[in-house]
Design a protein around this ligand. Structure first.
Ligand code: NIG
Ligand code: FE
Length: 408
């Protein structure tokens, strides 16, 4: 069926930048791609006969990008949440064998179909908010077969929903029980066997490490990065989340696509990121959920013009979030981002964090027609509502995915 059509009578924010908008605009979609966009009055004659969707002055943004998630896992950790409410810290729970390792047990035990089913339901929440590209990490398998299972589920999710997924191998997320007290042996196995095998199967788009006192140290992180580099894979890093180990500077030396979390980042780390053009991915859901009080160094990130992205970090331990819109609100409220910064953080800057800037995060002629029509009077509403989704239409590859109640 031919879906070529004109979306007209809309306000357009084509670059995710609220300072660059068009009113009385139109988008022409042909073969799933943007064929033309601009002021409606200037619509070229050749398109005038196409069917039209009237948007009654609603706002359109590019499809959003969630550039940091651990969306594929089995089970949940509400009991651990209750323990933390009673006074235990995230680190204490992890050291007692709970935390990430409890999700590893559940994920290893789940069949691939069951893992797909549980993860798909979370992904659908994101898609309903106009997410058209998502990064999903492994790291709840921690052995070759289970990490492969997770990454295959990620690929299947992308195919099933017709969205862009980027897989990130996070085998260095926690120490598996088989290697208790032998972190260097595990990193050796990861570098010699796991990562080359998974990369060989085409399951790895990037490589990440949890560089932290309860994760892996700088030397171990560098071994993983060197292996990734040898395989031609870009790296990312969970860095300076609970303490400052200097992981960001190491990541910058390896030209990391992004360094993520960053609450404890210092000026030297910010300067290193600026020099390597590494994106700072801020994760307000995790900051909120573990009741962190150390704020990421926003003033320094601005001063050094480091691009800032925002993501859900969707995971069972520190951010059981499936709403990127809620993260926009939290980034503004908790971290003091402006609405402009927040929206750039889920469009252009999030695309850059995944090396997708040439295809995603911006609506332009020739690019995939992935956009969301919002029933809002101003784009600030996208960061304003707490737990409300004003998406009117989600359009992917030129096809209307959902039509929701009009919230205006
Ligand atoms: O991004 N810090 C490591 N990884 C996750 C938490 C994973 C978990 O607790 O299951 C994070 O916060
Ligand atoms: Fe994370």
């Amino acid at each position: 069926m031919n879906h070529d059509a004109i979306w007209q009578n809309l306000h357009l924010c084509p670059a995710g930048d609220i300072n660059e908008t068009l009113t009385e605009a139109a988008i022409v979609v042909r073969d799933g791609k943007v064929a033309w966009l601009g002021q409606q009055a200037a619509l070229p004659a050749e398109y005038r006969k196409l069917p039209r969707h009237d948007m009654a002055g609603r706002w359109v943004t590019p499809g959003f990008i969630d550039c940091h998630t651990h969306l594929v896992y089995a089970g949940q950790r509400a009991d651990e949440f209750a323990l933390r409410l009673a006074g235990a810290s995230y680190e204490e729970v992890a050291r007692a064998g709970g935390g990430i390792l409890s999700s590893v047990r559940a994920t290893r035990a789940a069949s691939e179909d069951e893992l797909f089913r549980q993860s798909a339901s979370r992904l659908e929440d994101l898609l309903a908010e106009g997410v058209s590209a998502v990064e999903i990490k492994s790291g709840y398998g921690l052995d070759l077969a289970s990490e492969a299972k997770m990454l295959r589920v990620v690929r299947r999710l992308g195919q099933h929903y017709g969205i862009t997924v980027r897989t990130t191998f996070l085998g260095a997320h926690a120490l598996p029980p088989e290697y208790a007290n032998k972190p260097d042996d595990y990193i050796g196995h990861l570098c010699q066997t796991m990562l080359p095998a998974l990369a060989g199967e085409g399951l790895v788009d990037a490589v990440d490490v949890f560089c932290e006192k309860i994760g892996f140290n700088l030397a171990q992180t560098e071994r993983v990065f060197a292996t990734a580099q040898g395989l031609g894979l870009p790296v990312k890093l969970h860095a300076e989340q609970l303490s400052n180990l200097g992981g960001t500077a190491l990541a910058a030396r390896y030209k990391a696509l992004s360094a993520d979390h960053l609450e404890f980042l210092d000026e030297a780390g910010v300067a290193a990121m600026a020099a390597s053009e590494t994106v700072a991915v801020l994760l307000p859901g995790a900051y909120y959920f573990i009741r962190e009080t150390q704020l990421p160094p926003l003033a320094l990130l601005r001063q050094y013009e480091v691009p800032i992205a925002i993501a859900t970090d969707s995971n069972p331990g520190t951010s059981p979030a499936t709403s990127l819109l809620l993260m926009l609100n939290m980034a503004c409220t908790l971290f003091r981002l402006t609405v402009r910064e927040a929206l750039l953080g889920v469009t252009q800057h999030a695309a850059k964090a995944l090396a997708l800037q040439d295809s995603h995060g911006l609506l332009a002629v020739g690019r995939s027609a992935d956009f969301t029509v919002w029933s809002v009077a101003s784009l600030s509403e996208l960061a304003y509502w707490l737990g409300r989704n004003p998406a009117y239409q989600v359009v992917r590859q030129g096809r209307i995915q959902t039509r929701q109640k009009d919230t205006a």
